[in-house]
Write a protein that binds this ligand. Structure first.
Ligand code: DC
Length: 435
């Protein structure tokens, strides 16, 4: 996960950079100013003075703000309605700035901002992201420019949207808003101590994006995990020598906590999944595997969690649950043991996987690993079939406990074995027929 905070005054071009980079990185872009703008607009709509602390605070109880992302686009529903560009008018801008100085408003918007960043990699732009909302953000940028440069850009932006105004008006409103935003008592617009300052008065939008992209790239290069460094060259290598055929890898969501459950037929299953999954995985491995030479180095390098007694080690379950809660994908074999050549339906299921799901409250991704005899290769072909994620809610957990774990363990395993019907996989059939 990566959280990028871009703060700075209005008109510095934060949103254009953030939008472009979020698209390139395949992560969410959250425009926090739009939240304040919706609150400001609500006050204007209801004849409430946005500067009136008491009245605004009281009015907040009448507001429901819903934040959604559709195809990467942020949508805010103000009492169920998307107000679109209504929030961009000069009046709404000023109202947003006014309400944003009121502590109850900032409090009201805190959780909605933090909860998005908890579950997803995100670029957030605003005024206090690096200082208050995400003080632990991996990258913090303070993007600014002279008031003249910013007013010119904002004026052109408004003109393009058909909102009629003059440069002078935009400039004076901008200066007033700057003063409002940077001198208020609560969460003023200031550079976080550890933020990187970028002044783009003399830079074009493209040059600004490039500058910030370079900062992100540098960070990513420095922080690539050993797993991902090795994944790049080794995953294709293992896919080739192990004759792995991944199916439906698009079912593996790239972000957020997840438990991947697979059947277990060989000690190489860990590699079959690791080399086909598009995201880094944390494996739960039997403690015995940690004493096998070579294999133990591989699984340690892959960041495996050691588990005792085939599935019910409390410490390991706790470690795995916190890994999932911090947004990682944990892979586990619910059978606990390997059953090579045995029909998976007939093997017992341990409770560990269901117990983890119950505590981590996350979705489960079923995976079916299947081998076929190959004719001329030293290895058998291995199909790794990724199923659709099973939402946490569909397990119907009430209070945990053995009976529920047994029931859910069976549900998970049924979902895994259902994937064994490879006839529904188009490329599989095609390749089989060619033989
Ligand atoms: O970024 P913007 O111009 O859309 O923001 C509108 C107003 O909202 C801005 O004047 C200050 C306020 N704001 C804030 O106080 N904190 C944020 N994180 C984002 C915006």
């Amino acid at each position: 996960m990566i959280r990028i905070a871009i703060d700075g005054p209005g008109g510095a071009g934060k949103s254009s950079v953030a939008r472009a980079l979020a698209l390139e990185l395949g992560i969410l872009y959250m425009d926090t100013g739009a939240l304040y703008r919706n609150i400001g607009l609500y006050m204007l709509d209801n004849g409430i003075n946005p500067k009136d602390k008491e009245a605004v605070t009281e009015a907040l109880s009448g507001i429901s703000l819903e934040l959604k992302f559709e195809n990467g686009r942020q949508i805010i529903l103000l009492n169920g309605e998307n107000r679109g560009d209504d929030i961009r008018t000069p009046a709404a801008s000023m109202a947003a700035s006014d309400v944003s100085a009121i502590p109850s408003v900032r409090e009201f918007l805190l959780e909605i901002q933090r909860s998005t960043a908890k579950k997803n990699s995100v670029i957030m732009d605003g005024r206090d992201i690096g200082t208050v909302i995400l003080p632990d953000a991996e990258i913090k940028i303070f993007l600014t420019a002279s008031a003249e440069a910013r007013a010119r850009r904002r004026f052109e932006e408004l003109a393009a949207k058909g909102i009629s105004t003059t440069y002078e008006t935009v400039y004076s409103e901008m200066v007033e808003r700057d003063k409002n935003d940077s001198t208020r008592d609560i969460a003023p617009c200031v550079k976080a101590e550890d933020a990187i300052l970028v002044d783009n008065s003399e830079l074009s939008a493209e040059q600004t994006t490039k500058k910030i992209r370079d900062i992100v790239k540098k960070y990513q290069k420095k922080h690539t995990t050993t797993y991902m460094k090795l994944y790049k060259p080794l995953a294709p290598f293992f896919r080739f020598v192990m004759r792995l055929r991944p199916h439906n890898v698009e079912n593996v969501k790239r972000e957020g906590g997840l438990i991947i459950c697979s059947n277990h037929i060989s000690a190489l299953d860990v590699l079959s999944i690791a080399a086909t999954s598009p995201r880094q995985l944390t494996f739960i491995a039997k403690k015995e595997l940690f004493s096998i030479p070579v294999l133990s180095s591989i699984i340690k390098m892959l960041g495996a969690v050691k588990i005792d007694r085939g599935g019910n080690d409390v410490g390991a379950i706790r470690t795995s649950v916190s890994a999932v809660q911090s947004g990682k994908a944990v892979a586990i074999f619910p059978q606990g043991h390997r059953y090579p050549g045995v029909k998976p339906e007939t093997t017992p299921i341990k409770n560990g996987a269901a117990m983890m799901v119950y505590h981590a409250k996350c979705d489960v991704l079923p995976v079916y690993i299947q081998t076929k005899k190959a004719r001329f290769m030293p290895f058998r072909k291995i199909d790794v079939i990724y199923g659709k994620p099973i939402p946490y809610e569909s397990f119907g957990f009430t209070s945990g406990g053995r009976q529920e774990y047994e029931r859910v363990g069976k549900m998970i395993f049924d979902a895994i074995t259902e994937l064994s019907d490879t006839s529904s996989l188009p490329d599989y059939v095609e390749r089989e027929n060619k033989r």
